[in-house]
Ligand binder design. Structure first.
Ligand SMILES: [Zn+2]
Ligand SMILES: [Zn+2]
Length: 261
């Protein structure tokens, strides 16, 4: 029982966390690689079942975060209050006037699955739908494969739901990490967030090169999500990939920003 729980927990955690990092973030929000639609849905489903909410909503808010990073228009900058940046912003009922999927996520609004999950931009309805589908999924697991697997999936999903929210705060508090690049805002790299998020904690690198499917650049900046994207490319599931390597990223830094070290 315990072994089944632990194995299932690790597998579900990887699917859910990479559902966020690979599916919601690097693919839908940044289009940093191209893949088969079935591969896209596989990862996005992993994120959705971790209570991440509507994919259109997530990508729209995240693109706005990159556009207005740590400015008053940023949806979740800790400069304007930690609790608001961590959880408070989620409970708004609709998009603020300067953010909308029609202008910031035009490439996603025509997908019928994502449009259904978006619930016409009604945040509360979309969140209730995501939580309901997440709970129904665990009830189905409970009925068909038993409680250790269902509980492992629920625990992994709830934990992964917290991880990007935590990242939004921790990786924008300069005291808690380091910068490779002077990006003009507060983003920092935090190793333990990278560990929990399968590579997303190299957040200063990501803000310097948001279009890159790879976020870990230095030898110790291990980026499991990037390794998974490479593996998928090797297997033929992924086609074009935009990669900034440590060399090219460093060279671009010399041209576009001042490196810190
Ligand atoms: Zn950020
Ligand atoms: Zn991003």
């Amino acid at each position: 029982m315990v072994i089944a729980f632990l194995v299932a927990f690790v597998l579900f955690y990887l699917w859910h966390v990479m559902g966020v990092t690979i599916g919601y973030h690097r693919l839908l929000s940044h289009r940093s690689f191209r893949c088969w639609k079935i591969v896209e849905y596989f990862w996005v489903l992993g994120g959705y079942l971790a209570f991440e909410g509507s994919p259109i909503w997530w990508a729209t808010i995240h693109r706005a975060h990159h556009r207005y990073t740590d400015l008053p228009a940023d949806p979740h900058s800790p400069r304007y209050g930690w609790m608001q940046a961590y959880y408070g912003w989620i409970f708004h009922s609709k998009y603020p006037d300067h953010i909308s999927p029609e202008s910031q996520a035009k490439d996603l609004v025509n997908d019928p699955v994502y449009r259904f999950l978006e619930q016409n931009g009604n945040w509360h309805a979309a969140h209730i739908l995501a939580v309901s589908i997440g709970i129904l999924f665990r009830i189905a697991l409970l009925i068909f494969v038993g409680w250790p697997i269902a509980l492992a999936s629920l625990a992994a999903g709830v934990l992964v739901q917290q991880v990007p929210l935590l990242l939004n705060v921790v990786c924008h508090l300069p005291k808690l990490g380091y910068k490779n690049y002077q990006t003009g805002e507060d983003s920092v790299n935090v190793w333990w967030v990278a560990l929990l998020t399968a590579g997303e904690g190299w957040h200063n690198n990501h803000h310097a090169f948001p279009g890159s499917a790879r976020s870990g650049f230095r030898w110790f900046e291990i980026d499991p999500s990037w390794l998974m994207i490479r593996l998928m490319k090797l297997c033929g599931f992924v086609g074009w990939v935009h990669e900034e390597s440590s060399d090219s990223a460093y060279k671009m830094t010399l041209l576009e920003a001042k490196p810190n070290s």
